[in-house]
Design a protein around this ligand. Structure first.
Ligand SMILES: Cc1cc2nc3c(=O)[nH]c(=O)nc-3n(C[C@H](O)[C@H](O)[C@H](O)COP(=O)(O)O)c2cc1C
Length: 187
């Protein structure tokens, strides 16, 4: 039997009371039964990456900082990623941009999917992240989840997606599996 693709689900907020946590947990629950994909939740709170502090740009490689090396190892070990993406001031939350900026080669030629929320279903954040994906030589997936009215869908700290949300996520998993398998073989 082939190994499932390793997919990291990266939370896009470290804020107290963040919606990213229940939305990330929902993605984990929805993906738990998949056989072709194995999901791992990554919480930037556990990493506390500082704003990019190193003298060399990440694309130059040759990392020496222990935290940068550890983040590089975490990213390198995955075949694809799902970003849980709120919209902050019509754009990308800084914590996600910094997580992407922190290393380079480890992202290259891998698929990137988005689960967004906010006034426009996180669309502006997702479009911003799509631009960044191009610089990182990633495949930004067409399928995405745009959650509208996210706060109204959270009760007792749990997010419950409507059929529309669940369907969009299933489509995202499908595209992630196809691109993840294809790019893994090609790499
Ligand atoms: C700094 C900041 C900027 C925000 N800007 C926007 C925005 O431009 N558009 C929007 O729809 N919501 C915006 N919001 C509201 C967020 O969508 C809402 O707070 C959401 O819960 C944030 O995700 P989080 O809880 O995972 O941090 C903003 C929130 C913060 C904290």
């Amino acid at each position: 039997m082939t190994q499932p693709l390793q997919i990291l689900v990266i939370l896009g907020s470290v804020r107290e009371g963040r919606v990213a946590a229940p939305v990330g947990n929902w993605v984990m629950e929805q993906g738990a039964g998949l056989t072709d994909i194995a999901l791992e939740l990554v919480d930037p709170k556990d990493w506390a990456l500082p704003p990019y502090p190193f003298p060399k740009p990440p694309a130059a490689g040759g990392y020496t900082d222990p935290l940068q090396l550890a983040w590089a190892e975490k990213i390198a070990g995955a075949d694809g990623y799902i970003l849980i993406a709120p919209e902050y001031n019509h754009g990308i939350p800084a914590v996600l941009k910094n997580a992407l900026d922190f290393v380079y080669a480890e992202w290259v030629r891998k698929p990137l999917g988005f689960v967004g929320y906010g006034g426009a279903g996180g669309a502006r954040s997702i479009e911003g992240l799509t631009q960044v994906a191009r610089s990182l030589q990633m495949v930004a997936l067409e399928a995405g989840v745009h959650i509208m009215g996210v706060n109204g869908k959270i009760a007792d700290g749990r997010f419950t997606g409507e059929p529309h949300d669940t369907g969009s996520l299933a489509r995202l998993f499908d595209q992630l599996a196809w691109w993840g398998t294809t790019l893994k073989a090609a790499r």
